[in-house]
Design a binder for this molecule. Structure first.
Ligand code: SF4
Ligand code: SF4
Length: 438
């Protein structure tokens, strides 16, 4: 086992809430009466529906087609009838459209693609096309289509594939349980993508707080070209640029992509989905989700179908112990606060958090005392205090010059700020304004 590696900056919260669920084995959710498959869950263009109200669908059937290269197909999570296409609360905010499928209770459907047990005999182009057709996206965050991240642009040379098993966000343990209970899928998916990219350097980065997952991955990877790299428990270890630095010592240039450091990064969940798509011939219709927080009666990890309303997931976890002060999809640092329990889960929903009112208090901010803590923790080596002052003074030009566009919105600076400055809100505002001007 190689020595533990890390990046510069960052921090670790005093309490990370992982012990609520890190030993909870994955529980498969029973079939629901209705699923709401949202049409805006990938980072690119929303897919176009190819079914209409009244259509009968089978499990795994294509229900919405990718609209262009940076977009991903969507498939039916079960068999039944399309009730219609309606507006629902979006997992990443606002209102989005969703295909509503009323289950027929049979869950009928066969794998739409051939099972490739001898995937090693397939070409890189064939494997890439299978990943595209299976609608696989980055399952750890932005839901960027995996086939796009795996298509190396002309002129770029990639020699390393990194599988992101860091799961550094507090409370989340979905990837932890995936790697501990389904290590073979993660290793096979990694090997498939390694073959596709024609790289032999395939590394799974895992934070050092998941010993059972590390042991399972070590065992499953024995005799393969995939190796496990231990990472320090430090937030945001799983941010792409920080992970690349920790694993390879290479820096992605400002404004650059992992390709610029010779790397491709894929989430552990996406790797498992690639294994399913190639070996079993099935598209991505379900994922593991951590349902946790102090307001949940029985926190746990659940295998949920895409389109499951949050209210159903909370019922599986025993309901609530008190009226939550905050509902978040994702982790508490980078997740999206929600107003409604009707919001459905998407391919990138790693967690459902219900925090009690005392954990969701709104603190008033006070003036900056120039303590420099935000500068110490910023993993992008930015000056959050100065950026915030520029933005508050309306000087977006100065914020741009000081690289606000490189901000990951990781929230580490806001977490340590004793004056509780609204740093991330200001950076999001400035980035949005600057994008509009472009
Ligand atoms: S939110 Fe942005 S400025 Fe703050 S620590 Fe993270 S990357 Fe740095
Ligand atoms: S941590 Fe807060 S108070 Fe300290 S320098 Fe940064 S913005 Fe100012």
């Amino acid at each position: 086992m190689s020595k533990i590696r890390s990046f510069k900056g960052g921090m670790h919260p005093e309490y990370d809430g992982k012990e609520l669920t890190d030993s909870c084995c994955v529980i498969e959710a029973p079939l629901l009466e209705k699923y709401y498959v949202v049409l805006a869950e990938n980072a690119g263009r929303p897919p176009k529906p190819c079914v209409a109200a009244g259509d009968k669908v089978r499990k795994y059937q294509l229900i919405a087609e990718a609209d262009g290269f940076v977009s991903a197909d969507l498939h039916a999570p079960t068999s039944g009838t399309v009730e219609g296409i309606v507006d629902v609360p979006g997992p990443m905010g606002g209102s989005v459209q969703a295909v509503v499928i009323v289950s027929d209770g049979n869950d009928h459907g066969s794998a739409p693609f051939d099972c490739w047990e001898k995937w090693q005999e397939k070409s890189g182009a064939e494997l890439l096309e299978r990943i595209r057709k299976a609608g696989i996206v980055g399952m750890g965050g932005a839901a960027f289509p995996s086939h796009v991240k795996l298509a190396v642009p002309p002129g770029k040379k990639v020699d390393t594939l990194i599988i992101n098993g860091a799961e550094c966000e507090p409370y989340l343990t979905a990837d932890h349980r995936l790697m501990a209970e389904y290590p073979q899928k993660v290793i096979t998916g990694a090997a498939v993508m390694g073959k596709l990219l024609d790289v032999s350097n395939i590394i799974i980065g895992v934070e050092d707080n998941k010993p059972d997952a590390v042991a399972a991955l070590e065992m499953a990877s024995a005799g393969t070209s995939v190796r496990v790299q231990l990472l320090e428990v430090r937030y945001p270890q799983g941010a792409e640029k920080q992970l690349i630095y920790a694993v390879t010592g290479r820096s992605v240039p400002p404004g650059g992509l992992p390709f610029d450091a010779g790397c491709v990064v894929q989430n552990a969940g996406s790797a498992a989905a690639v294994s399913d798509a190639v070996l079993q011939g099935i598209p991505l219709i379900e994922r593991i989700v951590t349902v946790s927080g102090e307001a949940v009666r029985s926190p746990g990890n659940f295998k949920l179908r895409i389109g499951t309303p949050v209210i159903e997931a909370v019922k599986l976890a025993g309901g609530i112990t008190e009226e939550p002060g905050k509902l978040i999809l994702g982790g508490p640092m980078m997740g999206f606060a929600q107003r409604s329990f009707d919001v459905p889960i998407a391919k990138n929903t790693s967690g459902i958090l219900l925090l009690p009112p005392k954990a969701a208090l709104n603190f008033s901010s006070s003036p900056c005392i120039r303590c420099g803590r935000c500068v110490e923790v910023c993993p992008m080596k930015l000056m959050p205090c100065l950026l915030c002052a520029s933005i508050e003074g309306g000087r977006f030009d100065l914020a741009l010059k000081d690289h606000v566009m490189d901000c990951l919105e990781c929230g580490a600076c806001a977490y340590v700020c004793p004056s509780r400055r609204p740093l991330v809100q200001q950076f999001r505002r400035a980035k949005s304004e600057l994008r509009k001007k472009r």
